[in-house]
Design a protein around this ligand. Structure first.
Ligand code: HEC
Length: 202
């Protein structure tokens, strides 16, 4: 009679497989919920939509060694305070506009898209738009008539995409909200754009 080694028993491996599959499933469920807490609007990393009622700055954090969004006092977009619901509707419309007009064909948004034109993740914070009072109007004017401007060193102009004023305002809301997302210092080269724009203004 042959005695089977304990580790060669099929029932042991069957049980092990069941436990590993079950355990991995539990970990995956946990990780999914944990990730949702980071990536949902109003979560740990992504602000709620009504952040567009506040000032958004971008400052270097010496401890973390990266740029981080800093949320300041009330600074309502287009001078109007919105509820979370109203802000959500506006930001969503802006997001739909960027999808409908395929901005990603040239730009990058949160890491997705092309590198023909500047990254839009932090475009709201580009000092090129001037002081805070006129920033949103400058952006609306630009989105409706981008062909009038040339500020990047590459000499590329953005074409006119026939964006209506309503769409442009919503897009600006989307860009402001996006700039408040903690992207852990991404895009890495944003400061360079920032500086060239600031010196171009002087
Ligand atoms: C065909 C390519 C192309 C498409 C499509 C395009 N853009 Fe642009 N965009 C550009 C170029 C080129 C520039 C740089 C122009 C400049 O700086 O003078 C630019 C600049 C910008 C800027 C200024 C960025 C900054 O940091 O100052 C914003 C904001 C912007 N685009 C938004 C959009 C949005 C929103 C869409 C979609 C609705 C869009 N663009 C679609 C080419 C494009």
């Amino acid at each position: 009679m042959t005695t089977e080694a304990w580790w060669a028993s099929p029932s042991l491996w069957r049980k092990t497989a069941v436990w590993i599959t079950g355990g991995s499933f539990v970990i995956l469920v946990f990780l999914t919920f944990d990730t949702m807490a980071y990536i949902s609007a109003g979560g740990k990393q992504v602000p709620g939509y009504s952040i567009i009622n506040q000032r958004v700055d971008y400052q270097y954090d010496d401890e973390k060694k990266r740029y981080l969004p800093v949320i300041g006092p009330e600074e309502p977009l287009f001078g109007k305070m919105l509820t979370e619901e109203e802000a959500k509707a506006l930001v969503s419309k802006g997001k739909l506009t960027t999808q409908a007009k395929n901005c990603m064909q040239c730009h990058t948004l949160l890491g997705n898209g092309a590198y023909y034109a500047p990254d839009l993740t932090k475009a709201w914070l580009d000092p090129w738009w001037g002081n805070k009072e006129i920033r949103e109007q400058q952006m609306v004017d630009f989105l409706m008539n981008p062909q009038d401007r040339l500020h990047n060193a590459l000499g590329r102009r953005m074409p006119n995409l026939n964006i209506t004023e309503e769409e442009a305002r919503a897009t600006v809301a989307f860009l402001k909200w996006m700039s408040a997302i903690n992207t852990l210092g991404f895009p890495h080269n944003f400061k360079a754009i920032d500086q060239s724009a600031a010196s171009a203004q002087q």
